[in-house]
Design a protein around this ligand. Structure first.
Ligand code: RP5
Length: 163
């Protein structure tokens, strides 16, 4: 996508099923994003180069996701002053190690850690950040909140009508 303002990075293409959900939400809002596989452990130099170059090429928020030891998001937050939103990836049969790793950042290096596999909220938090300086995104976000609100009211109305 041209001139991306959000970088979505993940430790492995095996994370794509979760991480693509964040891209889908951003696409729906018309927010340009790019998706990259960058591993903190397997491709540390490429990861570092991407993260250090992100702000300079117009990226405003980075969404990072990884499972297991899940170092990618923390390593990312350590190498840029951009806001970094983490999605700890959790698979069936695995523990909560990715979440615990991501919430254990040292004071001084903030990381906005979402719930496990919380790709939708990662995208929505990113949109809230972008909305601070982009009136078009702000308007779309307001519309999203209204639509979501009305959908719940409609469901309640239908439920009440059934008795
Ligand atoms: C993590 O290890 C990746 O982010 C992924 O969640 C997990 C497994 O990676 P693969 O072995 O499937 O490539 O670093």
């Amino acid at each position: 996508m041209s001139n991306p303002v959000v970088g979505i990075i993940m430790g492995s293409d095996s994370d794509l099923d979760i991480m693509s959900q964040a891209a889908k939400v951003l696409d729906e809002f018309g927010v340009a994003n790019e998706v990259r596989v960058l591993s903190a452990h397997r491709t540390p130099d490429e990861t570092s180069a991407y993260v250090r170059g992100a702000a300079g090429k117009g990226i405003k928020v980075i969404i990072a996701g990884a499972g297991g030891s899940a170092h990618l998001a923390g390593v990312t937050a350590a190498q840029t002053n951009l806001p970094v939103v983490s999605i700890p990836i959790k698979r069936e049969g695995h523990g909560n190690e990715a979440l615990f790793s991501n919430i254990a950042m040292p004071p001084g290096v903030p990381l906005a850690t979402m719930p496990e596999n919380g790709a939708k909220n990662a995208a929505l938090l990113t949109l809230r950040i972008l909305a601070l300086s982009d009136p078009e995104v702000a308007k779309k976000y307001e519309d999203f909140v209204k639509t979501q609100h009305n959908a719940v009211v409609d469901k309640d109305t239908q439920l009440q009508a059934k008795g």
